[in-house]
Design a protein around this ligand. Structure first.
Ligand code: FAD
Length: 346
């Protein structure tokens, strides 16, 4: 079955979701496709309960609250969301005497659109597993996790967090408030995360609220159906030490897989897609890249950057659908399409 849509958005992360809002203001309909089983991209998958402090006008939100707010914000507009399927191919076709893009998903669905927005973040991603442990996934959800899905899960538990980046530091600080014991394990005594969070973590170590294990490496996970204990190798002494453990949280980051995007004949810069900053179009007309997936001088991988980018890209998408027309511009308070959908009486 071939579906036609104004903007086909690859990725339902925060930037893909906000695209629906900006497109809706101009009367354009979006179709979103994501290979995850839920909307929200990295926010929902990697750090749903981590606080976000840098959304303008929102002093504090957890990442999942942010996704929920975006879903609320786009409720007035008509859009389609297809989850658990990946966009595999893009091809240019002649359709109704015009050039369109046709995309195909892993579920064999086909869509045609004048505008493709690649809002694919880091690409299809998978958490990195501890390389020296044979099949750690056999304990998945039974003591092994690669992301914090519920803070409650760690209440009064003996928790081991593995990693040396932002996630490991952030969660050590956050979960130290509720865990029975918390151990941060890293192969060296240097961290790649924000200095401020590292300082917070080290202050907690001083107060004996966090046990810092460096330079240590996981040696084995012990348990039958669920994790009972863990053995760690001390790099200084080469000794193997055993610890009682309820929960192991491996925060080694993601394996970013651009996957099919590499085959779409778009100019790349390393693992990112080159765009111009006027309208965030890629090297192929009608294909835009917004959010973390794109690259240009000064690019910052932040949610707010993606919101700006997609707002401008939607303007160009409108021009491509209505050539020669002026793009309507107005503040949301006077946007008739939004007011109508929200049922605001004049
Ligand atoms: C631990 C951590 C903390 C962070 N904290 C903050 C913060 O406090 N403030 C902030 O502004 N930013 C923060 N960020 C960065 C922020 O999460 C990203 O900037 C944001 O998620 C980018 O949104 P996006 O929509 O571009 O991409 P993503 O959120 O990565 O979403 C992209 C989506 O595209 C999907 N996808 C990819 N390829 C395909 C395909 N071929 N077919 C179908 N679907 C596909 C993926 O499954 C994914 O769901 C943080 C990131 C991390 C990892």
């Amino acid at each position: 079955m071939m579906n036609k849509t104004d903007i086909l958005v690859i990725g339902a992360g925060p930037v893909g979701l906000f695209t629906v809002f900006e497109a809706g203001l101009l009367g354009l309909k979006c179709t979103l496709i994501d290979n995850l089983d839920k909307p929200g991209g990295q926010c929902a998958e990697l750090y749903p309960e981590k606080p976000i402090y840098d959304i303008p006008g929102v002093p504090f939100q957890t990442a999942q609250e942010h996704v929920d707010a975006l879903l609320d914000q786009i409720k007035p507009f008509d859009y389609d969301l297809h989850l658990s399927e990946r966009v595999d191919s893009i091809e240019e076709i002649d359709h109704e005497d015009e050039k369109f893009w046709k995309i195909k998903t892993t579920e064999d669905k086909e869509f045609v659109s004048k505008n493709i927005f690649i809002a694919a973040g880091a690409g299809s991603f998978e958490p990195r597993r501890p390389p020296n442990i044979d099949d750690p996934d056999k304990f998945l959800s039974n003591g092994v996790e690669y992301a914090v899905r519920s803070v409650e899960k760690y209440k009064d538990k003996n928790l081991f967090i593995f990693g040396g980046g932002d996630s490991a530091l952030d969660w050590t600080v956050e979960l130290s408030k509720i865990a029975k014991s918390i151990n941060l394990v890293h192969r060296r005594d240097a961290f790649r995360g924000a200095q401020h969070t590292e300082e917070q973590m080290r202050a907690l170590v001083k107060d004996r609220k966090v046990n810092l294990l460096t330079p240590y490496l996981i040696d084995s996970i012990v348990g039958d159906k669920k994790v009972d204990s863990v053995t760690l190798k001390n790099f200084e002494t080469n000794e193997i030490e055993s610890f009682e453990a309820d929960e192991l949280l491996f925060l080694f980051g993601l394996n970013k897989k651009l996957g099919p995007i590499l085959d779409w004949n778009i100019d790349l810069n390393g693992k990112k897609i080159q765009v111009n900053t006027e309208n965030f179009q890629t090297s192929r007309e009608g294909i835009f890249a917004v959010g973390d997936i794109n690259d240009y001088p000064g690019k910052l991988d932040l949610i707010l950057s993606g919101f700006h980018e997609t707002t401008l890209a939607v303007q160009e998408a409108y021009r491509r659908i209505h050539p020669g027309e002026r793009v309507p511009f107005g503040y949301t308070t006077s946007n008739s399409k939004l007011q109508e959908k929200l049922g605001v009486k004049k």
